[in-house]
Design a protein around this ligand. Structure first.
Ligand code: GLU
Length: 424
């Protein structure tokens, strides 16, 4: 068969380049020493494995799995595992670096990592996914560890997969090690508040930004792209705080209702419809791309990378963008958005509520103790609010965007820690 060159993805940006562009800008403003820049720009470790899995029909399929540890300067590396057909090493490298910056922005003692397997969990049975997760865990047995590298859920994985990971890891150690992974089911040592934590942090940082922008939440409208864990919780919690969520979307379509969407009804519909909004009747179906350019006050991209690009950024009407996803805005879109006067609470700040409660889960596991939901929420809200204030102040002091300010806060913290610890 003739080799056909894939069509170039028009103005698509490699996520690693998108991360590097901001890292470079922030490092220059900080006056970061070249030696430290060179340390931080590359991942500390990259592992690629082949995972042969017996499928339900008896055939064997080989999946490719990754774990990238970007940095362990602040502590054990932390970051989720993504099961998605688009996973590739460049994406995992970018996501791992984003975890380093994210943990540093919210000031929790972790480095950054990310894992992934190129697969489509939507087309796999529970048994196939379990075998894949267990095989991935065994392949990473020397990488993972409660004091070394602590995975968590990301796109395509959740508490169920984390339970399999914990169980497989524990078998190899001959004892239960629940602190090796976070985002577990509550009965296995998961933390109350972890499921909604990322969406909750999006809500807290959105409200903090709205206060600065003098947007009244009770008069504000909102659109949320992505209706997985992050998007649906963000939508629900923003609606609870008074915002009118006029549009939501997922792979099953985008849905708009001028009078506001009943988020509880949308969640019930999704859960009864194999996790998809496809066919949701209580709103009008619009084209998927249009959700980003609706005349709303607040836009929450909570799906995937690189959805706001130089070609659609000019059409965005929102006054505030709060990034629930990792890397939803391409670096080329940054200047268009900045010049339009739109404020952006960047991913490494806005979605850091998830890893913050992961940290609390790990702390509880190590203490052998359980916190109440109220304690978890109060502490994570305070961390998110403090991080927002710190980034906001840096943005004002240096006259830069919140995104560049967040990178500056993060890079400065990691660089200072590196200097104290000393290089080899
Ligand atoms: N996957 C989530 C993220 O991108 C959570 C990571 C974690 O809790 O370790 O932030």
């Amino acid at each position: 068969m003739a080799y056909i060159e894939p069509a170039p993805l028009l103005d698509k940006e490699n996520p690693f380049e998108a991360m590097m562009t901001r890292f470079h800008t922030a490092s220059q403003i900080l006056g970061l020493e070249e030696e430290i820049y060179n340390v931080l720009k590359v991942p500390a470790r990259q592992v690629i494995v082949s995972l042969p899995i017996t499928m339900d029909d008896g055939s064997i399929r080989v999946f490719e799995g990754y774990r990238v540890i970007h940095s362990t300067i602040l502590g054990p590396s932390k970051g989720g595992i993504r099961f998605d057909p688009h996973v590739n090493i460049d994406e995992v490298k970018a996501l791992a670096a984003w975890m380093t910056w994210k943990c540093a922005v919210v000031d929790i003692p972790y480095g950054g990592a990310k894992g992934g397997v190129t697969c489509n969990p939507r087309e796999m049975s529970a048994g196939e996914i379990e075998r894949l997760m267990r095989a991935y865990t065994l392949a990473m047995i020397d990488i993972f560890g409660a004091d070394k590298d602590i995975p968590a859920p990301d796109m395509g994985t959740g508490p169920r997969e984390m339970a399999w990971l914990m169980d497989e890891y524990s078998r190899t150690q001959g004892m239960t090690v629940n602190a090796v992974v976070t985002g577990k089911p509550i009965v296995l040592g998961g933390s109350l508040g972890r499921t909604e934590a990322t969406g909750r942090g999006v809500m807290v940082s959105a409200l903090a930004a709205m206060e600065k922008l003098k947007i009244n939440p009770y008069k504000a409208t909102c659109a949320v792209q992505g209706f997985g864990n992050v998007g649906s919780w963000a939508a629900r919690l923003l609606a609870e705080r008074g915002l009118k969520v006029q549009a939501v979307s997922d792979l099953g379509g985008a849905y708009y209702n001028e009078n506001g969407i009943d988020i509880e009804a949308a969640v019930r519909y999704r859960d009864a419809n194999k996790g998809s909004l496809e066919g949701f009747k209580e709103a009008q179906r619009i084209s998927g791309g249009d959700i980003l350019t609706l005349p709303v006050d607040v836009l929450v991209p909570a799906a995937t990378e690189d959805v706001i690009t130089a070609s659609n950024a000019g059409k965005i009407q929102a006054k505030l963008i709060v990034e629930g996803a990792n890397g939803p805005t391409s670096s080329k879109a940054d200047s268009v958005i900045y010049e339009k006067g739109i404020s952006v609470v960047p991913d490494i700040l806005a979605n850091a509520g998830g890893v913050t409660v992961s940290y609390f889960e790990w702390v509880q596991n190590r203490l052998g103790y359980k916190w109440t939901a109220d304690r978890v929420n109060r502490r994570s809200d305070r961390i998110m609010k403090d991080a927002f204030d710190n980034v906001y102040k840096t943005a004002v002091d240096y006259k830069v965007s919140l995104r560049i300010a967040a990178y500056m806060v993060a890079i400065d913290k990691v660089a200072k820690t590196y200097k104290y610890r000393g290089g080899f």
